[in-house]
Write a protein that binds this ligand. Sequence first.
Ligand code: ATP
Length: 238
Amino acid sequence: MEKKILELKKITKQFGGIKAATDVDLVVREGEIHGLIGPNGAGKTTIFKLITGLYAPTYGRVYLGGKDITRFPAHKRAQMGLSIKMQIPGVYEDLTLRENIRIAAQLYTGKKELEAEIDRLIKLVKIDDLGNPKVRNLSHGQQQWLEIAMSLASHPKVLLLDEPAAGMGPEETTFTAELVKDLNKQGLTIVFIEHDMDFVSLLAQNVTVLHYGKIFAEGDMDEIKNNKEVQKIYLGAV
Ligand code: ATP
């Protein structure tokens, strides 16, 4: 079995009286694609924010590559190989595609190699046929892929994707699934949040189901799909 690259131990986050995450234990192994699912308000985004360091936990610990990073600031975690693509695109619409990637890449790449690095990132997410338009002229899907390119500028080992196919039509969704699979084949470990079960089925090897901030079920995709209790929470019956 591959070694653990990311681990949460009893992670808990409370906002006043609201328990957004309670005693969440999660293991992500090197090289896997791991889906984090659950109904609205289940605590998925909170878990991502706890992993990246945007939130400090009320208690519990976060480990990256076996190292306890619970108290590390977000930028240190990024340096250690953690990257995230948030759900709402963080692109600069009035700048061009290359200018957007340059903003991300210049943090990690020297001036001499910068243009070659921009080329590499554009190719990596397969948007090298678009030219260099202003980002406001790109489709929703193209903006999402651009942002994935930007999140890869730090050469992460683990990439977190918050609803990577949200708002996409069938073609863009298929492209996104293929892209995620390709990045994974190249060695990237991926954890993603998703509502669309068909998309989850396309990608995830292992799935964790959250419900009311707690782990509700865990297993491979087939186990989760056939889990009657999971089916019920998606129908709002639990
Ligand atoms: P969705 O699928 O709708 O995006 P989610 O599974 O990502 O939901 P979270 O956004 O993590 O769920 O929210 C979990 C719970 O914590 C919700 O009840 C939410 O209202 C609450 N919550 C999240 N962030 C905060 C905050 N900053 N302050 C107070 N409550 C919060």
